[in-house]
Ligand binder design. Structure first.
Ligand code: T3D
Length: 262
């Protein structure tokens, strides 16, 4: 019963497809509500093993639907922080907190808050023809939905400033070279990339993935000593998992591991 996204959950892996292709999958309040419902389902699912986010059609997401922002005839202004607090903050925060890898398979252009959504994901694949546009400055805004936090951490201040201030397109190839994303794939490999990554997540060491995500996300705010403490705590927990035992047995028996995510 979703109308602006598609959502499936099988073998523990959620797949969200942003689904307003004629508007380049731009965000509406309805889409935000549907994303929140999909996240409710995944957060409540004890056997969750991953989430993949992609888009329908030629675009990934063009950010806020600007047709919801038509200027009033009398020139009245609006408080833009409301939608940020109500919709974008929970979306980005919940994706970061999800204890499984969130993988973006970027099928086309990502602009404005759509670019911030991409950067909030843990791993990003992008088709060759995809591009990023920090479109905010073109309409007199600053990068939001976490954009000003993600951008400098991923690419450094110089590139973050240039991309954010001037809003020029950054190609998928450039994004990969900068370290903004993990990997560019050929356009014709979109479907196989999606199925490969869902299969990888469905059969992966989910608890190790969760610990890795938590530790890497924590690292930028930690000292080395604090990070050692965190690694010790998380590795201690992983040492008791079924997947570690299976990994050790598979290594000794020279066969691929059959992880259960437990
Ligand atoms: O408002 C708040 O609450 C604050 C939060 C803000 C968050 C934000 O995301 S602000 C930034 C909003 N997004 C943008 O400013 C991006 C606007 N779009 C573009 O710059 C370009 O469309 C793209 C660079 C994304 C893609 O360019 P291109 O040439 O490939 O496609 P196009 O022809 O511009 O767009 C195709 C159609 O989608 C077109 O409609 P038409 O002419 O076929 O009827 C275009 O108007 C529509 N479209 C694209 N982006 C949006 C959109 N419609 C509504 N909202 C959009 N954001």
């Amino acid at each position: 019963d979703f109308t602006q996204i598609q959502f499936t959950l099988s073998d523990g892996v959620g797949v969200i497809t942003l689904n307003r292709p004629d508007r380049l999958n731009s965000f509406t309040e309805v889409m935000h509500a549907e994303l929140a419902r999909a996240l409710d389902v995944m957060e409540a699912h004890a056997g969750l093993r991953g989430l993949v986010i992609t888009g329908a059609g030629r675009g990934f997401c063009a950010g806020q639907d600007l047709s919801e922002r038509k200027p009033a005839e009398d020139g009245a202004r609006r408080d833009l922080s409301q939608m940020l607090e109500k919709c974008y903050r929970p979306l980005i925060t919940r994706l970061r907190a999800l204890p499984v890898p969130v993988v973006c398979v970027m099928n086309g252009v990502a602009a404005g808050a759509g670019a911030s959504l991409v950067l909030a994901c843990d791993v990003v694949f992008a088709v060759q023809s995809a591009r990023f546009v920090q479109a905010f400055s073109k309409i007199g805004l600053l990068p939001d939905a976490g954009g000003t936090w993600f951008l400098p951490r991923l690419v450094g201040s110089a590139r973050a400033m240039g991309a954010a201030l001037f809003g020029e397109s950054v190609s998928a190839t450039q994004a990969e070279a900068w370290g903004l994303i993990w990997r560019v794939v050929p356009d014709e490999s979109l479907a196989s990339t999606l199925s490969d990554i869902t299969a990888t997540l469905a059969t992966g060491p989910t608890r190790a993935y969760a610990a890795t995500k938590a530790a890497l996300h924590a690292s930028s705010g930690n000292t080395l000593a604090q990070q050692f403490d965190l690694e010790c705590q998380l590795q201690r927990e992983l040492g008791y998992t079924d997947d570690y035992l299976e990994g050790m047995r598979a290594f000794a028996e020279k066969r691929p591991p059959a992880f259960t995510g437990t």
